[in-house]
Design a protein around this ligand. Sequence first.
Ligand SMILES: Cc1ncc(COP(=O)(O)O)c(C=O)c1O
Length: 430
Amino acid sequence: MAKLAINGADPVRTQGWPTWPVHDKREVELITEVTESGIWSYDGPKEWEFGKRFAQFSGAEYGLCVSNGTVAIQLALEALDIGSGDEVIVPGLTWQATAAAVIDVCAVPILVDVEPESHTIDPKAVEAAITPNTKAILPVHLYGCMADMDSILDIAKKHNLAVIEDSAHSHGSQWNGKGAGALGDVGCFSMQQTKVMTSGEGGANLTDREDLFLRIYSLRNCGRLYRDTEGQHVQSGNYRITEFQAAILLAQLERLEAQTLLRDRNAQLINAGLAEIDGITPIIRRPQVNRQAYYCFVFRYDRDQFDGVSVKAFRQALMAEIMAGVDAVYEPLNNCVLYQPHTKRRYHWSEEYWKAIDPRRFDLPVCTKAYVEESVLLQHQTLMGTEEDSKDIVRAVEKIRENVEELKSIETDESEPSSTWASTGFAEEE
Ligand SMILES: Cc1ncc(COP(=O)(O)O)c(C=O)c1O
């Protein structure tokens, strides 16, 4: 008789998971204030209040709202005067926007591998990739793990490089008491629908440097100077957000700390359980981290310890047990459907540049292994339940482990992409 839910047996749980985004009358109240005030955009009071509060929350001097996370990276690069021919070191395992923003400022993304235990940028690979053209390192705090910021800041200092933190997954993480996005020169956040603080679309930059604050202000506002400051106007466009988005963000920020602590507690509880299961390895938690945000919850699966059963079969079995979306990490950028620099003629401004931005010239074995063979990813909503809900995830993995023989019968198409979103019907994460 079948034991696994995927073969028709009872699943570990049938009840649903918390939904996202979380909202209540506070969002409605603040949106109503904006509607009635008649100030709907353009340096309005809600936008400034959010920028200030989010900076305070993260331990940065300055915070600025921008239209989305991609733009936040683009403006950070432009504020640091990074452009034509400059190289920026980017992890190969990230959402395409991290590298796409680099080519949008005419610089070259140098894709490097990640550490197997964290899936974040490998400092050794960063050091090996530095050339006289390198201008910045762009670490990503991926899913539920901060990049090794001590090593990255040391390398940057030694080679006189800027550090731009892609913190799109890490609102609320803290490294030695300081917030993600406030450790390097500029931090970049996304507030797109699936992120842990959201206004549907939106973004923000954090910085401690007044010069960068003033420059990002201008860059996001068609080159205008900040208030009554003097200086050189810069060429730019409109990357502002509306007061409606800022109103929602203010309400979301009021809940962020409690939600981050809840996800962190549940993630630690699940990791402790998973660590006891043969063939399963949790993503590391670095000792410098006092608080870890989770955009997604990821763990590693070892096929060899599951009698050769593919991670795809394991993911499908887990999905059936817990009734939630289960996926792989991002497609590595050297072979990613949504990162195709050679499809845009705008980037063909020299043969040399065209060759330099070819993602296929980079070798990313750890990223590839994570994507193809070993990653198991759950959305952050699955960390927002009770302790018992979290234990269900451990119970489900234990149950599959105990029924490896039956797991072998699950047929998967190994020629299909590793990602299973298409078959789950759950919203795709960016
Ligand atoms: C790691 C990472 N960087 C950057 C972005 C870009 O943010 P946005 O979608 O708001 O432009 C995202 C998410 O979408 C992301 O996951």
